[in-house]
Design a protein around this ligand. Structure first.
Ligand SMILES: NC(=O)c1ccc[n+]([C@@H]2O[C@H](COP(=O)([O-])OP(=O)(O)OC[C@H]3O[C@@H](n4cnc5c(N)ncnc54)[C@H](O)[C@@H]3O)[C@@H](O)[C@H]2O)c1
Length: 373
């Protein structure tokens, strides 16, 4: 993919955005010997200082100060979605590679701009979800590649529940542009399907919004009514390059909760994946002539968020492509936009970008080993 980095040793990291999800990242990134977390940055400097102190990170301050650190090679962008493009763009302009939480950008046009800027600067973009690198989904990938279910032909994915306003104290953003069940939860399910089936070519969808307003159920603002701006139930069909088909339902309109349902049917067996929003979990296989499911243990890393940053860092040193790539994230963002468009137009909508399906992680891949001398 690119020339190996001339630098050796652990890869220098700056974390930008020290909010909720930064704790899981910092716990893991500071535990991987191939990474050296050098700086924590946030608009709120006190937050950056507190996380730096909690995880023994030597530097803390503004994003500009993080980008001025010569030893920082990867900026881990954990800001809110609305700031993703600006922060990633500034990091690329400073010659840094970027790991960014989902979504890569608020729209695919901005995402394409970032990809072009990174290519011109000779740096890389990696993007969440890196749950696809966890033990659960990597074991699924190896099983399917080994022919355990025959050639995979169809997929069925389902996430349904009554909606996050029942538990989230500030849920408004989850019902605004850039979120809803499609954009907030869709990336986990559609990236997992993409890792099995490869690029999608066209989609069709219908969507609904059961309620124009909702009411916060928990926390200090309980009882507050707010507007629902996006569809809250999406049913979509996805066709893939090889002709395989998947059906997905993403809904905040169901009194019954069912999460993490992804089944792949091949010619000889159906495989039930673990929850694509988790790093491990149960895998089950139902053979054609069997009377029930057989459990398959997941093998591989279960550390959590940060595995994608490590794979990116090791790729920078070796020149090998990283697996949770900006290319895949852009493709998945285009699928989400095409689903949204199809629900509005009533027509099949094409998905134009493509990506190369990454190699599975070797079974012996060990995040806690020091591999970079
Ligand atoms: N919270 C979760 O459980 C979770 C899970 C998976 C993914 N994510 C993703 O992680 C990202 C962050 O989510 P979060 O829940 O940690 O949000 P958060 O609001 O708790 O934290 C975001 C932090 O970014 C900082 N920030 C905002 N704009 C900035 C800018 N321009 N420059 C520097 N700092 C800036 C904020 O001050 C805040 O400290 C989002 O993209 C979200 O989709 C979150």
């Amino acid at each position: 993919m690119s020339a190996p980095s001339p630098a050796g040793g652990p890869v220098g990291i700056a974390v930008v955005g020290c909010g909720t999800i930064s704790t899981e990242y910092l716990r893991n990134l500071t535990s991987f010997p191939d990474l050296l977390v050098l700086f924590c940055a946030d608009l709120e400097i006190e937050r950056a200082k507190a996380q730096a102190a909690a995880f023994g990170v030597p530097g803390a301050g503004t994003t500009a100060e993080a980008l001025a650190e010569p030893e920082v090679e990867i900026v881990v962008n954990l800001t809110v979605p609305a700031a993703h493009t600006a922060v990633s763009g500034a990091a690329i302009a400073a010659g840094k590679s970027v790991w960014v939480e989902k979504p890569l950008a608020l729209d695919s046009a901005s995402a394409r701009g970032l990809m072009a800027a990174a290519a011109a600067a000779g740096v890389r973009i990696g993007c969440a979800p890196d749950t696809v690198l966890g033990a659960g989904l990597q074991t699924v990938r190896r099983l399917i590649d080994s022919g355990r279910i025959g050639p995979p032909q169809t997929g069925l994915a389902l996430l349904q529940g009554p909606g996050p306003e029942r538990w989230h104290p500030d849920p408004e953003f989850l019902f605004q542009r850039g979120a809803g069940p499609l954009f907030d939860m869709g990336p986990y399910y559609l990236t997992a399907l993409a890792m099995i089936f490869g690029p999608a070519t066209r989609v069709a969808a219908v969507s609904r919004r059961a309620q124009a307003t909702r009411v916060i159920a928990r926390g200090p603002r309980a009882g507050t009514e707010f507007q629902v701006e996006v569809p809250t139930h999406i049913s979509a069909l996805i066709e893939y390059e090889g002709g395989q088909a998947a059906t997905i339902v993403l809904s905040f309109d169901s009194p019954l909760s069912r999460y993490g349902f992804v089944e792949i049917s091949g010619s000889t067996a159906t495989l039930a994946m673990p929850d694509p929003n988790q790093f491990d979990g149960d895998i089950r296989v139902h053979d054609l002539s069997a009377k029930g499911w057989a459990a398959v243990p997941a093998r591989g890393p279960t550390d959590g968020r940060g595995l994608g940053v490590l794979d990116l860092a090791r790729g920078l040193r070796s020149g090998a492509p990283h697996r949770a790539s900006g290319e895949i994230a852009l493709h998945v963002l285009e699928i989400l936009e095409a689903i949204d468009r199809s629900a509005a137009t009533g027509a099949f909508e094409p998905v134009l970008t493509s990506f190369t399906r990454p190699a599975p992680l070797p079974e012996a891949w060990e995040p806690h080993a020091r591999t970079l001398a």
